[in-house]
Design a protein around this ligand. Structure first.
Ligand SMILES: *Cc1c(COP(=O)(O)O)cnc(C)c1O
Ligand SMILES: [Zn+2]
Length: 418
């Protein structure tokens, strides 16, 4: 079955490797060359979209529906209405990092299930419903599991979510509470993902949409809203530099694609931007390929505390490399202790408590400034993609009460409080 394309600007699926086109079906790999498929648009339809049309839309990602493959009809949406998260001016963080250009934190922990994954899931599941699927599923490093289970609960559709069994409690409980099936696999995320790929081929899973497997092309498009939104929040213009975390590398690639689209359809003036990618040392196959000047990614076995980014064989890695090289950006990776420092630095200077992925991104921003790769005088947006409450363990040993005092003035004085 193909997407019911009423009003959709999407025209086809197109192979990112060989350019072969397909109808808008549930398929993520090219039948000819096994390359990844992405959504192709009718450029004339995109060209018609105006700022006014978007500004008159709802206060969530669906204001960008004219630029998305599914969900043009509000009644067809499977959604928690994510998006329009705060873009926070981070002067104190900038000062601490020695940056004189304006620094913004795009805080996507403010989404309904507290990560940017609500954007991709809303788009993927809306497409899945339009494609006729009756069960929702995913392979997840944590946040995707939260989001799929919550969306399924809201829509009243059964869900089955697959996670590595060693995930943080804060990710397991926040998925299980929505009441769907939750399958903990004794293996890495890459093992979970491979199994899900195999499950989609079986009869028992014929009616099941895996948001990041068989409907992945639609899922990936949801990430574009993180580019659109920043441009709109800046008054319809592009920032000079963005720093984004990378797991599969898709998010970074799609922010870049969103900026390109906005210029192409005339919603922002043409200006140059640079894209920077952040990984942890425990799982940095994309940053390593960039540093070594390679086009191919050598898969790794992930370790370390940034579990939401622990994809050892990143599907969009080559495209992330392409975005960063074309725009003149860079990538770097940081240790677990630097990640913890990054979480504390962001919290202390902006009042935003990020999960480990946000710690990775802020710590990499710091490194990029120190190494001179990122221009400290240019306007910069750093993406926080997840919520600190889900990964409390990361900083639990480092922070706590600064004083312990009996409830009397004398004790307060003795403790140095007055
Ligand atoms: C999934 C995830 C990412 C990265 O997503 P990719 O598109 O796979 O690169 C970043 N941050 C958080 C918190 C995530 O959950
Ligand atoms: Zn192909």
């Amino acid at each position: 079955m193909a997407l019911s394309a009423t009003n959709s600007p999407a025209r086809c699926l197109v192979c990112r490797a060989c350019g072969q086109e397909y109808p808008l079906i549930a398929q993520h790999a090219c039948f000819e060359c096994f390359g990844p498929l992405e959504v192709g648009y009718d450029q004339a339809a995109l060209n018609k979209v105006t700022r006014e049309q978007i500004e008159a839309g709802p206060q969530n990602i669906w204001r960008y529906a004219p630029l998305l493959p599914a969900g043009q009809d509000p009644a067809s949406r499977v959604t928690l209405d994510p998006g329009l998260t705060p873009l926070i001016r981070a002067d104190r963080l900038a000062a601490e990092l020695g940056m004189t250009g304006t620094l913004w934190v795009k805080d996507d922990s403010a989404n309904p299930t507290h990560s940017f994954k609500d954007r991709v899931v809303s788009v993927a599941l809306t497409a899945a419903k339009e494609l006729g699927f009756t069960r929702f599923a995913c392979a997840s490093t944590g946040n995707l599991a939260n989001s799929v289970a919550a969306h399924a609960a809201r829509a009243g559709v059964p869900s089955i979510v697959f996670i590595p069994s060693d995930l943080e409690q804060g990710k397991i409980i926040t998925t299980a509470v929505y009441g769907g099936e939750l399958v903990a696999i004794e293996g890495s995320y890459d093992d979970v993902n491979r199994l899900c790929g195999e499950l989609t081929e079986t009869d028992a899973f014929e009616d099941t949409a895996f948001v990041n497997v068989n409907v992945r092309p639609y899922y990936a498009e949801g990430s574009k809203t993180l580019g659109y939104e920043v441009a709109e929040q800046l008054g319809w213009r592009l920032p000079a530099q963005v720093v984004a975390p990378m797991a599969s590398g898709e998010l970074l690639t799609k922010i870049d694609k969103a900026f390109e689209e906005l210029v192409e359809i005339g919603l922002v003036a043409e200006s140059s931007w640079k894209v920077f990618g952040a990984q942890s040392k425990g799982c940095d196959p994309i940053a390593t390929a960039l540093r070594d000047g390679k086009d191919e990614i050598t898969p790794v076995k992930p370790t370390g505390i940034a579990k939401s980014l622990n994809i050892g064989d990143p599907a969009a890695g080559p495209f992330a490399l392409e975005s960063v090289r074309r725009t003149g950006g860079w990538m770097d990776s940081v240790t677990d202790d630097e990640i913890r420092d990054g979480i504390e630095l962001l919290a202390r200077t902006t009042g935003v408590f990020a999960e480990t992925a946000g710690g990775v991104t802020v710590a990499v921003l710091k490194k990029l400034v120190e190494s001179g790769r990122l221009d400290p005088t240019a306007e910069t947006v750093v993406y926080n993609t997840g919520e600190g409450l889900k990964t409390l363990d990361a900083v639990a040993d480092r922070v706590g009460p600064t004083h312990r005092v009996k409830p009397s003035l004398r004790a307060a004085r003795e403790a140095g409080l007055l």
